[in-house]
Design a binder for this molecule. Structure first.
Ligand code: SER
Length: 252
C-alpha cells in the first residue's frame, strides 16, 4: 500500500455497496439488530442472519445477488472485547450473497478485485485459508486452485480443518459448507516462523470470509450436495478501515 490515505466508515460502506451493485447485486438496508421471527438468536450476529429465510427457501429473495452492510453484535465475542485489537461490542459486516447464482470462482475473484483494485491493498499482504477436508467431506481443492490462479503463492494459502474453515449450524442439520477466509498480514509476529492465520497473536487479522453453502447436513450426519448452491460472505468494516488507515487496532 502507498501512503495510508484516510478513509471513513461512510466511504468504505459506500464503496463496497457500489462495487457489488456494479456486479449486479441489489443493495438492501441493514436489518434491525433485533431478530425477526428467529428464536435461535438474541441479537443479529452476521450479515447472513437476517437473510436465513432466503437460504432455507422459506422466502423468495428480491434478487439472486444481494449486498448489505449489516449492524451486528456477536455475543460469542464478548469475552474477547478489550483483550484483542480486533473485536468490538458492535460492528458492521459488509457482505455479498449469491442465492443460487454465482459460486466459488466469481465470489473469490470479486473479493480479490475489491481488495486489491478498489482498496489498493497489496496482494502480498494477504493470506487465505481453505478447508483441508476430513473423513466426511473432501478438501476444497477448487477454492485453492482459484486462489493460485489469481496469483497467490503457495505460502499465502493455508489449509485448515472444520474448526477454522467450515460454516454451518453446529450439531444441527441444514445448509452448510467450507469457507475461505482472507487475512491481512500486519507484519509483526510475536511467535516466530510457525505463526499462521489460525494463530491469535495479532499478526494475521481476518478481514473477509467467503462461505460456500454447498452441502446439506442430513439427520444421519452425512453431507449431501445441495442442488442450489449459495455464497455468503462477510467482511469486517472496522477491521478493513483499521488497515486502510494504517492503524493497529479497531479502536483507533
Ligand atoms: N456467515 C459468515 C460469517 O459471519 C460469512 O458471512 O463470517
Amino acid at each position: 500500500m502507498k501512503e495510508p490515505q484516510y478513509r471513513g466508515v461512510n466511504e468504505l460502506r459506500r464503496m463496497f455497496l457500489e462495487f457489488f451493485e456494479s456486479k449486479g447485486h441489489l443493495a438492501m438496508k441493514s436489518f434491525s439488530l433485533v431478530p425477526h421471527n428467529d428464536n435461535s438468536l438474541l441479537l443479529i450476529n452476521s450479515g447472513m442472519a437476517p437473510l436465513k429465510p432466503y437460504f432455507t427457501g422459506q422466502e423468495i429473495p428480491p434478487r439472486k445477488r444481494v449486498t448489505t452492510c449489516q449492524k451486528c453484535i456477536r455475543t460469542g465475542d464478548i469475552e474477547n472485547i478489550g483483550k484483542t485489537a480486533r473485536h468490538g461490542t458492535f460492528f458492521e459486516m459488509l457482505g455479498n450473497w449469491s442465492l443460487g447464482d454465482y459460486f466459488k470462482q466469481k465470489s473469490i475473484s470479486m473479493s480479490f478485485e475489491f481488495l486489491t483494485n478498489y482498496l489498493q491493498i497489496p496482494a502480498e499482504r494477504l493470506a487465505v485459508t481453505v478447508f483441508e477436508g476430513d473423513e466426511l467431506v473432501p478438501p476444497d481443492v477448487e477454492a485453492e486452485v482459484i486462489w493460485k490462479n489469481i496469483g497467490l503463492t503457495s505460502d499465502q494459502i493455508y489449509r485448515y480443518g472444520r474448526e477454522d474453515n467450515w460454516w454451518g449450524p453446529a450439531g444441527q442439520t441444514g445448509p452448510c459448507g467450507p469457507d475461505t477466509e482472507i487475512f491481512y498480514d500486519m507484519g509483526k509476529s510475536k511467535c516466530g516462523p510457525k505463526c499462521g492465520p489460525s494463530c491469535h497473536c495479532g499478526k494475521y487479522v481476518e478481514i473477509w470470509n467467503n462461505v460456500f453453502m454447498q452441502y446439506n447436513k442430513e439427520a444421519d450426519g452425512t453431507f449431501t450436495e445441495l442442488k442450489q448452491k449459495n455464497v455468503d460472505t462477510g467482511m469486517g468494516l472496522e477491521r478493513v478501515l483499521t488497515i486502510l488507515n494504517g492503524k493497529n487496532n479497531v479502536y483507533d
